[in-house]
Design a protein around this ligand. Structure first.
Ligand SMILES: CC(C)(COP(=O)(O)OP(=O)(O)OC[C@H]1O[C@@H](n2cnc3c(N)ncnc32)[C@H](O)[C@@H]1OP(=O)(O)O)[C@@H](O)C(=O)NCCC(=O)NCCS
Length: 171
């Protein structure tokens, strides 16, 4: 297994994992399945914005992926990013999520980011546990801000400050 930047060849694997999460989970609060063209445009946009898309790959198979983008669009948030992380259903519980998130944290540091934000459905115990284990702390609870599968969803916000004590840039 290797963790590398995603290429076009990884898009079918990413698509399948993404659509599975849309269809069967509250990990992502979308309800619309997407196609390969959608993921191609998404990857191109991430790359153009200088954001990483990492895949965990075994031979040609995508086992999981992780990425971050802007947390909020305003200038003042430019040192913060919000990430997402998906491991294929049949590959969970073997440490892959931890490896992907660890690699993503390193990339955020290399991109000179200051804070990583995770917005997690409050019932997602595995994700909350994993983030806590890698140093994220809870920074907010937002009851009933989401809705999927006919029920309200609560959001748990967690954050990791990458370089505590760093002075903010002057400009
Ligand atoms: C969250 C996710 C990325 C974790 O991936 P993974 O490969 O299973 O993660 P790991 O095996 O590295 O670690 C999982 C940890 O959660 C723990 N865990 C699993 N289920 C749990 C549960 N129900 N309650 C508490 N902890 C749980 C495991 O024991 C493990 O902890 P440990 O290493 O301390 O023993 C994966 O479950 C996933 O893709 N979920 C769907 C998408 C998602 O929720 N993404 C995150 C959105 S913010």
């Amino acid at each position: 297994m290797t963790i590398q930047d995603a290429t076009q060849a990884d898009l079918p694997g990413i698509l399948s994992i993404y659509n599975d999460a849309v269809q069967h989970s509250t990990a992502i609060w979308n309800e619309t399945l997407v196609d390969l063209a959608n993921r191609r445009a998404w990857l191109a946009e991430r790359v153009a914005q200088g954001f990483p898309v990492l895949v965990a790959r075994d031979a040609d198979e995508v086992l999981g992926y992780a990425t971050f983008g802007a947390w909020r669009p305003h200038d003042g948030y430019r040192y913060s990013v919000e990430h997402s992380l998906y491991v294929r259903t049949d590959q969970r519980g073997q440490g892959l999520g931890a490896q992907l998130l660890t690699a993503l944290i390193e990339r955020a540091k290399a991109c000179d980011k200051h804070v990583m934000v995770a917005a997690i459905e409050s019932g997602n115990a595995a994700s909350i546990h994993l983030h806590r284990r890698l140093g994220f702390v809870s920074s907010g609870q937002m009851p009933q801000v989401g809705c999927k599968f006919g029920r309200w969803l609560d959001l748990t916000l967690m954050q990791l400050t990458l370089n505590p004590g760093a002075q903010p840039p002057i400009a």
